[in-house]
Design a protein around this ligand. Structure first.
Ligand SMILES: [Zn+2]
Ligand SMILES: [Zn+2]
Length: 310
């Protein structure tokens, strides 16, 4: 079946068809530069031990910690790299909570907020400096679409925050992300740990980023372009369009779902599913994204793919 707008189906928006390797990493972590329990070296050692390829230490960019942009460059090695990052705070959400915004790929000399500088200006400075901007743990503190609209340049929503999931059962960020996607906002989604203690809050959510090599700048470029997927365990091997259907290939799972605008969805349930094809027709005027669920309830999520051109 040839779809009228199939020419706008941009497979390169997903990481699967582009050249390179997948690298596993966590974009949201804290160390003793702010309120984490362990120094940077120990946090990185633990993540490396668990098979991660990269880590972003994203300490709280607050005056009480000396506005840290944690310098992890000396902790890089041939098979592990770091992204210079911080979690930005200034001003309040509509509900009165202090803003939290993740900035990955910051210059080490990123300037602290000026007096009365709002989150829009602070985040835009980070964006202009080349950082990947993420709206983090929306459910944890009640971030609403009206808040998200203040940062139209944000790249992505943190769609799973393992620390929040374990601490107040509010780890999900897809609810907020989908509301924005329904409005036509083009955002990606990323899973993280937001680990502070490296106990219950670590190694539960991560991303696999496609890049030519394990280089911080190349990883950052892929992040900004959305060439990654998120996981709690399952592996996504391929998602592509074949004859008007969405082909999904993955590690063995019990559910493969495609979701889109509003309530639009297609699914296959079973046991040890590794390859399914689902009709694309219902998603053609907006977007789709893929979720797989393994027998232990662990999920992996693709980024949204937009089918309706610009
Ligand atoms: Zn936070
Ligand atoms: Zn955090």
């Amino acid at each position: 079946m040839k779809m009228a707008n199939s020419s706008t189906f941009d497979l390169s928006a997903l990481p699967f068809s582009v050249p390179g390797h997948f690298y596993k990493g966590n974009l949201h972590t804290h160390c003793t530069e702010s309120d984490g329990d362990y120094p940077a070296e120990e946090v990185i050692r633990r993540y490396q031990e668990k098979g991660y390829d990269f880590l972003a230490l994203s300490d709280h960019f607050l005056e009480c910690y000396g506005f840290p942009v944690t310098d992890t460059r000396e902790l890089r090695s041939a098979d592990f790299t770091t992204l210079i990052s911080a979690e930005l705070h200034t001003g309040n959400l509509h509900n009165g909570e202090t803003w939290h915004v993740l900035a990955v790929g910051l210059p080490l000399d990123f300037a602290p907020p000026e007096e009365h500088e709002g989150i829009e200006s602070l985040s835009k400075r980070a964006f202009d400096a080349g950082a990947y901007i993420g709206l983090v743990h929306p459910a944890w503190y009640g971030l609403a679409p009206e808040d998200a609209r203040v940062l139209p340049f944000a790249h992505a929503v943190e769609v799973y925050n393992h620390g929040s999931q374990m601490e107040n059962d509010r780890g999900d960020g897809w609810a907020l992300c989908d509301m924005l996607l329904n409005e036509g906002v083009r955002l990606h989604g990323f899973a993280t740990d937001d680990a502070h203690h490296l106990t219950h809050d670590a190694f539960g959510g991560w991303i696999h980023v496609k890049a030519d090599s394990l280089d911080a700048d190349l990883l950052l470029e892929s992040l900004r372009a959305g060439r990654y997927y998120s996981s709690q365990g399952p592996i996504l091997k391929n998602i592509e369009c074949v004859d008007g259907e969405i082909l999904v290939e993955c590690s063995a799972v019990d559910a493969i779902m495609v979701t889109g605008r509003g309530s639009r969805a297609e699914k296959v349930l079973g046991t040890d599913l590794t390859s399914v094809r689902l009709p694309m027709k219902r998603f053609a005027d907006a977007f789709f994204r893929v979720t797989v669920v393994d027998s232990g309830g662990r999920k992996a999520w693709s980024n949204p793919v937009w089918l309706n051109g610009d």
